[in-house]
Ligand binder design. Sequence first.
Ligand code: ATP
Length: 365
Amino acid sequence: MTMTNTTGTSRDDLAPSERSGAPVALRHLRRRFATTTALDGFSLDLQPGEFVALLGPSGCGKTTALRVLAGFETPDEGSVWVDGADVTGVPAQRRDMGMVFQSYSLFPNLSAHDNVAFGLRLRKVSGSERRRRANELLELVGLAEHRSKFPHQLSGGQQQRVALARALAIEPRVLLLDEPLSALDAKVRAELRDQIRFLQRRLSITTLFVTHDQEEALSMADRVGVMYQGRAEQIAAPAELYARPETPFVAEFVGITSRVPATRRDDTHVELLGRVVPVRGHLGVSSPELEALLRPEDLTVRLAVDGPAVIVNRSFLGSTTRLEVALGSSIVKVDVAHRTSEDLPHLARVDLEVVAPDVLVSARR
Ligand code: ATP
């Protein structure tokens, strides 16, 4: 696609370094509402053109962080930086950001075309240029033949595509997506997920995406920020976040985790399932009685007639089988290659072995 800005330069004519989106920094944000602390010292940096998802339980402050970046909410403390400038006091309409919300929020009395062209009209772009750009964007989101329809004549997925085209039409420095897929059914959701990611990469727009859907965050984002009680628990690439969670909260919020009893050996090691294993990060608990938080692939099982554990459930997952293994009062989930699992029947006694190079631990519950 060739997008033309108000000075008449085509984005595709620009050198790659000039086409990058703006860097964004949220610094030590605090925001209280009466007795609720929505943001409690939240910081986040987005690189130019980066797609970052904020993930976390309901009420952890995701939307407030996005609204502070948009300029709809003023922080009590902290600052917001876009492209090296402090925009903390700049009103929303002068921040040059595109937004897509969960509710499609299109103007009901305007056609798809006029909805997309709306922001360009506000920016005093000429009529012919508005039409050209609106049509180009509608084509890009696959809605060229629906340009004259009104929102009530479009499906939810189509309306959300119009909303996306409208957000992109103004060539925003930053794109803000607040649960844009939540109202859509699974198939449309998956299609739109791919489309958003494709356009975001192609236009290289720095993007902040708020979601409570783990799969969406991990599959779409360059980095995911897991929030808890107004703070960032961990901000990392999806694979890193999954494989090396830094806190018990992240381990249990993202992916499957089993808790297995462990005993403190020294400041850097625990004894776990008969082995001495290094602790990941800092062992911030003084109690000798600990628990290791393990992914299903951090463990393996071996048949053993006098083994301490029993297979109590097996679920076929395609190339792997997930075993649920009873160990004392714990149920431990272990993934094994499907072929191997045929030798591991229901109610077989087994030995459990840790195969992870290090483990995350917390105090025993
Ligand atoms: P969800 O996933 O449910 O949308 P969230 O992580 O986006 O949650 P926020 O909407 O940022 O959470 O809200 C954080 C906290 O601040 C919540 O406890 C919420 O009730 C509170 N809050 C947010 N906006 C306001 C407001 N305008 N007035 C009072 N409290 C608010």
